[in-house]
Design a protein around this ligand. Sequence first.
Ligand SMILES: Nc1ncnc2c1ncn2[C@@H]1O[C@H](COP(=O)(O)OP(=O)(O)OP(=O)(O)O)[C@@H](O)[C@H]1O
Ligand SMILES: [Mg+2]
Length: 252
Amino acid sequence: MGVGITVEQLNAFYGKTQALFDINLNVLANHATALIGPSGCGKSTFIRCLNRMHETIPDARVEGKVRIGEFAVYNGTSATQLRRRVGMVFQKPNPFPTMSIYDNVAAGLKLNGFRNRKQLDEIVEKSLHSSALWDEVKDSLHKKSGASLSGGQQQRLCIARALAVQPEVLLMDEPCSALDPISTGKIEELIFQLKEQYTIVIVTHNMQQAARVAEFTGFFLLGKMIEFDKTEKVFTNPSDKRTEDYVTGRFG
Ligand SMILES: Nc1ncnc2c1ncn2[C@@H]1O[C@H](COP(=O)(O)OP(=O)(O)OP(=O)(O)O)[C@@H](O)[C@H]1O
Ligand SMILES: [Mg+2]
């Protein structure tokens, strides 16, 4: 089952530049939450704070509290332990280029000491089905490398890789920006199914997509979360004028 995410007074910095200001947010377990907002407003920074990737950037730091279920993210606990529970899919697909398709998907499990070949086979197949890639790669699992796939296929491979370790939370940063409409549709269907098991946070520039997949939506602007509410409310009857301008395309 997925778990909820609680964010309290989160501030994030790149050196002296502050990128996020006092973010407070409760993400409901087993739902999808969309984050929208113009380029550069801090959406990627925010989700990188949820799995402690932000602090891996030189001079970057985070203040505030994040909880993933019962797990306090910034509390001296190990980032490795955390990332087992929080899968992430990035804007730009990043498969392990020289590894086979199979090994890409199995990588996380193997890293965690998982060795049962039959079970590995099953999980790899299931994960590739879930990410809508199976039919295209089932005959070349061991023959083709991650780098030999198209951009959209690489993205679906990365989704399969994230799902294989069965995280509780799945963070997706514009996962469909490199995909054609058919693959995008498949990923959206997938998000629907995944909610039963996972908690999903998805960054998207596609407002129709947010409306289709997410029950809740947060609107970011200049490092602040301006509005957070049920998706329908954000898109049809937002409380803040800035949200309204953005969702109606009058922004800028
Ligand atoms: N590695 C970095 N070093 C320094 N500043 C950064 C870094 N990454 C992002 N920033 C800055 O932080 C701010 C927020 O960037 P972020 O990537 O979070 O925006 P975003 O909302 O994800 O934008 P986009 O929609 O274009 O992906 C921007 O001003 C950006 O220049
Ligand atoms: Mg981004």
